[in-house]
Design a protein around this ligand. Structure first.
Ligand code: NDP
Length: 295
């Protein structure tokens, strides 16, 4: 078996919670797994499970045809990969970067890899560490489809669904950013709701079943709004944005009555009022996306 078709070994660079979960899944699948981390000592459990510790990042990448890098962001992956010895050792090998960052950083890394004869795939992980290696894991990839197909048997050890989104190297990061936007603005709303509820004597536990009910409304709304957004129709028949603005202002007033910072909801309300002021008051809330995209 030639070095590049070896499907029995893999390297993981970066042993934070996610890097350790990835390495653990590779080990569980019986792959020879070499590991390296900037700060030594994070590989103890993995070595006990059979991982091979590398003394340096260059030694780590030289140990397998495929290196998976998973560090905090692309400043960190640059610090690991763009050292001369590591770049040289990677020549002709494949890097899959599962660190999170912007589409621009992913494209820049793709160009760097091409300049140095390194085969490069970008990726994003859409599920937390306990899902890795299980059916619940979700991975997005972008870059050369042929390369993804070639390494699919090894990457499959990570479990779950793997979607190749296209040849544009920035596409996985583009999906990641949009999905992180959904996640963090939702979590910010939930954190704010807990503060307002507590000020009214409502515990988080009391609120939970109803908060879960609100969250369950969202998936079908996403499908409906996606159809609206792609068609540019923004139907407000069921709930026009003028009505939505009114409920937003209740949240602002109730929060501020308790001295709770309502700046996030004020921004949301302001965006909706702008849509109304532009003459779209009978449209549905998601017209905001179209107005935000106007520069
Ligand atoms: P972190 O995002 O905290 O990343 C920690 C890792 O980054 C460690 O290996 C750390 O090394 C390394 N690192 C940080 N700065 C540098 C640097 N300058 N040079 C070299 N290495 C550096 O933890 P996670 O492992 O959880 O996340 C890794 C990636 O996975 C992130 O991009 C994250 O967004 C993504 N992700 C994580 C999820 C999760 O649930 N944890 C879910 C989905 C995606 P050291 O030990 O030396 O500090």
């Amino acid at each position: 078996m030639s070095e590049h078709t070896d499907q029995s070994s893999v390297t993981v660079l970066g042993l934070g919670p996610m890097g350790r979960a990835l390495a653990g899944a590779f080990l569980d699948a019986g792959l020879r797994t070499t590991v390296w981390n900037r700060t030594p000592g994070r590989d103890g459990d993995l070595i006990a499970r059979g991982a091979v510790p590398a003394p340096s990042a260059e030694a780590a990448v030289a140990a397998a045809p495929l290196s998976v890098v998973c560090v905090v962001n692309y400043d960190a992956s640059d610090a690991v990969l763009r050292r001369d010895a590591v770049t040289a050792a990677l020549k002709g090998r494949t890097v899959v970067n599962l660190s999170a960052d912007t589409p621009e950083r992913a494209r820049d890394t793709g160009e760097w890899a091409a300049r140095h004869g390194i085969r490069y795939l970008d990726g994003a992980i859409m599920t937390p560490t306990p899902a890795i290696g299980t059916d619940d894991a979700v991975f997005l990839f972008s870059g050369p489809e042929k390369l993804h197909r070639e390494h699919r048997p090894v990457l499959a050890a990570l479990g779950g669904g793997h979607t190749h989104l296209g040849e544009d190297i920035g596409r996985a990061a583009a999906f990641d950013i949009a999905l992180l936007d959904v996640f963090w603005t939702s979590m910010a709303g939930y954190a704010h709701a807990l503060a307002v509820a507590r000020a009214e004597g409502v515990t988080a536990t009391e609120l939970t079943p109803f908060a879960q009910g609100i969250a369950a409304i969202l998936p079908p709304l996403f499908a409906q709004f996606a159809a609206d957004a792609d068609a540019g129709t923004y139907s407000g028949e069921v709930n026009p944005i003028t009505s939505a603005v009114s409920t937003m202002s209740h949240v602002v007033h109730a929060s501020e009555d308790h001295g709770i910072d309502a700046s996030v909801m004020r921004v949301i309300e302001g965006q909706a009022r702008r849509v109304v002021a532009l003459g779209h008051g009978t449209d549905g809330y998601i017209r905001v996306a179209e107005v935000l995209a106007r520069h």
